[in-house]
Design a protein around this ligand. Structure first.
Ligand SMILES: [Zn+2]
Length: 413
């Protein structure tokens, strides 16, 4: 039986005052204003946690990861996306085993959970080298960790062409618990054909699509446009996700407006991955180096459902990262030049409420009836939590504490 937990005296997102939040059987049972003088009768079935006027946030959601690539960083310099792709292929050729993937992924998942993330989506390679092995390994880990982390899996074409063998592997995975299909079509010789064939599979198996779209610096957003149009033509409005969209920053304003309109019509959920793209893009630039990020503020202002995510964690694509969404939020705020408190709350939504929509969650947040996926932060608000990268005192998955941080700062003044 899940124990009842009562958080006393906690701040909630965009609400004035502090609250008492009761959890029961994995869900949020009640949310009431905190009354300082209220003395509760002892109840052995309820664990009471003094929130100390901290911020009780919904669990963070990292919408775009590559778990099976994580923790593979070595000494090889990878000056750009293609070099990183080739470097990882070398790694996986020499370490082709489920045990190696499990060992590395477990480390990354522990980091994610301890930093307050309660749900993720990971893209997992399918190609001539790994076949379906990596996806099947991650499906096993999804089951093993189901009480600590929700995991959605995208089977992603990780080669530059969609061979018949890889297509057959993807088709075979259609009967498994993967969420959908992915690829990076702009890197391929025939992007449109690849997108068409993946939509065929998605429709056949009732899956979604989550593509890396136009992750480059050239002023060409053909893949974004084609993906948006294809979503509409395939009757999948509001179901699909596009990641990166770096090239949207390279086109002129008129073209950018046209493409953002297409994104809106398709209901495409967008993910920006600033920490990875800052490292990977513009690598040959001298002097002013292009940032490689998409038009974050413009997408927000247009009403696109945009999230931010980690992408790669300590691998050839990005040798940095701690699975820490507050770190990703702070970096995104600086890169997108979004620094007011209103901006910071918007950034906070990009790691919580917005990805919850993309994940398809019917209920999310600190509201009665929502799953108790929570993180108690040593801060009074979302904006303060981002600015200070606040200590995560407790992380809860469906009402159970999955991580507790007992260290605390005490000012000796
Ligand atoms: Zn990615």
């Amino acid at each position: 039986m899940t124990e009842k937990i009562l958080f006393r005296n906690v701040h909630l997102f965009e609400k004035t005052g502090t609250f008492d939040v009761m959890l029961d059987n994995g869900f949020i049972d009640s949310v009431r204003p905190y009354l300082m003088d209220l003395v509760l009768a002892p109840d052995p079935e309820v664990r009471v946690i003094d929130g100390k006027a901290g911020f009780l946030s919904p669990g963070f959601i990292d919408l775009h990861l590559h778990l099976e690539k994580s923790q593979t960083i070595g000494e090889q310099e990878c000056p750009g996306l293609m070099d990183a792709i080739l470097s990882f292929k070398d790694y996986i050729r020499n370490h082709l085993s489920p045990e190696d993937i499990e060992r590395r992924v477990e480390k990354t998942m522990r980091d994610l959970i301890c930093h307050g993330t309660t749900s993720i989506r990971t893209h997992v390679s399918v190609d001539e080298i790994v076949g379906t092995m990596a996806v099947k390994t991650l499906l096993g880990m999804k089951e093993k960790y189901k009480d600590r982390l929700d995991m959605q899996i995208i089977a992603m074409v990780s080669s530059l062409t969609l061979s018949d063998d890889t297509y057959a592997h993807l088709d075979a995975l259609g009967d498994t618990d993967i969420l959908g299909y992915g690829a990076a079509p702009a890197l391929c010789d025939d992007p449109k054909m690849m997108i068409d064939r993946l939509f065929e599979l998605a429709k056949k198996h009732g899956k979604i699509m989550d593509l890396h779209i136009d992750e480059h610096d050239d002023p060409n957003v053909d893949v974004i446009d084609y993906f948006a149009d294809s979503i509409v033509q395939n009757d999948m409005i509001g179901q699909c996700t596009g990641g990166h969209l770096c090239a949207l920053s390279a086109v002129n304003q008129e073209k950018a407006n046209e493409t953002i309109s297409k994104i809106l019509v398709s209901g495409m959920h967008v993910v920006t991955l600033p920490s990875c793209n800052l490292y990977l893009m513009g690598r040959k630039d001298k002097g002013i180096v292009r940032r490689g990020t998409t038009r974050i503020r413009e997408l927000v202002e247009a009403g696109v459902n945009i999230s931010l995510a980690s992408d790669n964690i300590r691998d050839p694509f990005r040798p940095f990262g701690n699975g820490d969404m507050l770190e990703e939020m702070l970096l995104t705020a600086q890169v997108a030049q979004m620094g007011t408190y209103t901006d910071l709350r918007q950034i906070f939504r990009m790691g919580t409420y917005n990805p919850a929509r993309a994940m398809g969650y019917a209920s999310y947040g600190v509201e009665v009836g929502a799953p108790a996926d929570l993180v108690l932060l040593e801060a009074a608000s979302a904006e303060e939590a981002i600015l200070s990268r606040a200590t995560r005192r407790y992380v809860l998955k469906r009402g159970k504490i999955v991580c507790e941080n007992t260290t605390s700062t005490h000012w000796m003044l």
